[in-house]
Design a protein around this ligand. Structure first.
Ligand code: F6R
Length: 242
């Protein structure tokens, strides 16, 4: 795992965006899995900007969803579906045939997880994944305690995730469960970029990057990944032990 500390959120976002754009330039048919949330917002805005300036072609890429809030409709602005369309798919003119997201409204979560597993394997696995990290150490909705061998699954959300998750919604919602790719699929991804910014992420980043590799801190698994990059700003790096 490679750790890169950037000065601030702007520099971090620019570096992350460049990594995505360069990846697609080198592999125009890349299978991408991109997280939602506050951390990557500026990254995605910069990807769109760079793609426009440098005429980068995303039309052959495949996009696979990392996670979704169960029972939150796709038109809810807090859904991952809405986020990805708003920040990436619409501005980059990605066609629906390139997009594979979890169906939050499914009444058969097992079948939905199997469907997403088949999409991942049917596309030969994921080439590039961008993840954020939750204050509890989750990646995707792989909450503390998740089996390192997990594939797509229904996740019972941790109290912290439920409380913090409200920030994405315009009005209070019930978010008890989520659908997510599993840690095995994260580990099988060619390149994983994890980003984190701000003082609030400093303690969990120290645990993930310097502590033991443990199910209690799912993000710590990236230390065993063959090609993981962790990009953080100085604030998120402020509690790193030597
Ligand atoms: C969202 C996701 C989550 C977030 C994490 C950090 O698709 O997978 O694991 O990446 O909760 O969220 P932010 O970036 O809002 O701090």
């Amino acid at each position: 795992m490679e750790l890169k500390v950037l000065d601030d959120y702007n520099n971090l976002s620019a570096a992350a965006a460049k990594m995505i754009v360069d990846y697609v330039k080198n592999k125009p048919d890349a299978v991408l899995c991109l997280a939602t949330g506050d951390s990557p917002k500026l990254t995605y805005q910069l990807v769109v900007e760079m793609a426009g300036k440098e005429a980068v072609d995303f039309s052959r890429c495949v996009f696979i969803g990392l996670d979704e809030w169960l029972a939150i409709p796709p038109d809810n602005p807090g859904s991952c579906h809405h986020f990805l369309h708003h920040y990436l798919f619409i501005p980059l003119d990605i066609s629906e045939s390139q997009i594979h997201l979890f169906d939050a409204m499914t009444n058969n979560t097992d079948a939905e997880c199997e469907r997403m597993n088949s999409i991942v394997s049917g596309n030969g696995g994921i080439d590039f994944m961008l993840v954020g990290v939750g204050l509890n150490g989750h990646i995707g909705f792989n909450e503390p305690g998740t089996d390192f061998n997990s594939t797509s699954h229904l996740s019972k959300l941790n109290e912290k995730t439920k409380t913090i998750g409200q920030k994405y919604f315009n009005e209070p919602v019930v978010i008890n469960k989520g659908l997510t790719l599993g840690l095995k699929q994260v580990m099988e991804t060619g390149t994983v970029l994890m980003i984190a910014n701000g003082k609030k992420k400093a303690a969990i980043i120290n645990k993930a990057v310097k502590g033991e590799v443990t199910r209690d801190v799912p993000a710590s698994i990236l230390r065993k990944h063959k090609n993981a990059v962790v990009m953080i700003d100085k604030e998120a790096a402020s509690e790193l032990e030597p």
